[in-house]
Design a binder for this molecule. Structure first.
Ligand code: FES
Ligand code: FES
Length: 157
């Protein structure tokens, strides 16, 4: 099966067997290894990507459903090598420990801030409730999203 879809602003055409997951295609066909495999069961969120702007588990999404659609991975969050405020906030808050969960969390956080520039703590918790952090960095992650939102609103440096 051959199909084309947009990944991080570029049209990509891939050959993949029926039933191949989007995660498999991203990592093993396109070399975009920032999206991580954790459980393969929609339980951990480490594989999250945006499909037409909405967070989707790439581990369980059949790539055949993506023809003509737009996918954004962690590699597509920044352009020209410049960090976005969300990425900088995670660094500033030292939100990562091992970092394995963070690409998925950053994707869900981006989707949240795109639709809600002033999220409450409860909004952030709800937006990230499909993610596990095995290192227990949850409080720092929540603070990082709050910090990014404030920076993006021009209320913090
Ligand atoms: S690898 Fe997809 S949710 Fe865990
Ligand atoms: S920082 Fe290690 S799993 Fe979240």
């Amino acid at each position: 099966m051959s199909l084309s879809f947009t990944v991080n602003g570029e049209t990509r055409t891939v050959e993949a067997a029926a039933g191949t997951s989007l995660l498999d295609v991203l990592r093993n066909h396109l070399g975009l290894v920032g999206t991580r495999f954790g459980c393969g069961l929609e339980q951990c969120g480490s594989c999250m990507v945006l499909v037409d702007g909405e967070p989707v588990h790439a581990c369980s999404r059949d790539v055949s459903t993506l023809a003509g659609r737009t996918v954004t991975t962690i590699e597509g969050l920044s352009s020209d090598g410049k960090r976005q405020p969300l990425q900088q906030a995670f660094l500033d808050e030292q939100a990562g420990q091992c970092g394995y969960c963070l690409s998925g969390i950053l994707i869900s956080a981006k989707a949240l801030l795109d639709r809600n520039p002033r999220p409450s703590r409860a909004d952030i918790v709800a937006a990230l409730d499909r993610h596990l952090c095995r290192c227990g960095a949850h409080q720092r992650i929540l603070r990082a999203v709050e910090r990014a939102a404030a920076v993006m609103r021009g209320e913090a440096g």
